[in-house]
Design a protein around this ligand. Sequence first.
Ligand SMILES: [Zn+2]
Ligand SMILES: [Zn+2]
Length: 255
Amino acid sequence: MAVIKVDMHVHTCYSKDGLLSPAEIVEHCRRKGLGALAITDHNSIAGALAVRDMAPFPVIVGQEVSTSQGEVMGLFLEREVPRGLSPPDAIALIKEQGGLAGVPHPFDRLRREALGKRFLEGIAGELDFVEGFNSRVTLAGDNRQAQEFAGSRGLPCTAGSDAHSGYELGRAYVEMSPFNGKEEFLESLASWAHRRQLESLLGSLLQRLREDASLVAKELGDGYTASSPSGWALPTGRGAPCCSVQCRHLVARQV
Ligand SMILES: [Zn+2]
Ligand SMILES: [Zn+2]
């Protein structure tokens, strides 16, 4: 059976902190062998539509929506969801247009945009998925907590790199059957394994520093891009089994 790799959390330059143009994203996907991806810019679907228009592979139009309590995520969107709503109201707008609603990095203790347990409990009944692995989550236990929460509610886990640069794209993905539309996506998501690259705390910090340098260079307009070789090397990832039912086949590997 055919299997594709799908990175379900990617940002374009339409996010204020994103570095990648739609054309660069298509090229990185081609080089890394990704078969589909979700573009999930902050409070915008313009970049997702631009990538979908030019990509020779399926692109899920998504959005990371800033709510009054933290971020929620919509996939398979047709229209942008306004920022600043309550989490239930944002989810209602995602569902109203036929989208799938989920929560990215819900337990990331180092990110103030994380929704957290209190608000997650209140909307759990409305969710279609939980992001069970996000490459930018520094403390591995925070991803595990998301996987456990999803498992306890019978929700499928997504996995994504949360890439803002070419270097990061594809660092986490789900291997799944090719899908056509949201129903097949959900079916396939529930039955396939996550693969991911773990990174050390040092690796994560170096990555952030590298990206900050890229953003400064971008501001200065000197032609530097994050995919240019910088000479910085990140420590090699290390595998660990996942504890949740949803991720029972999880195998870490260097991407
Ligand atoms: Zn986020
Ligand atoms: Zn993000």
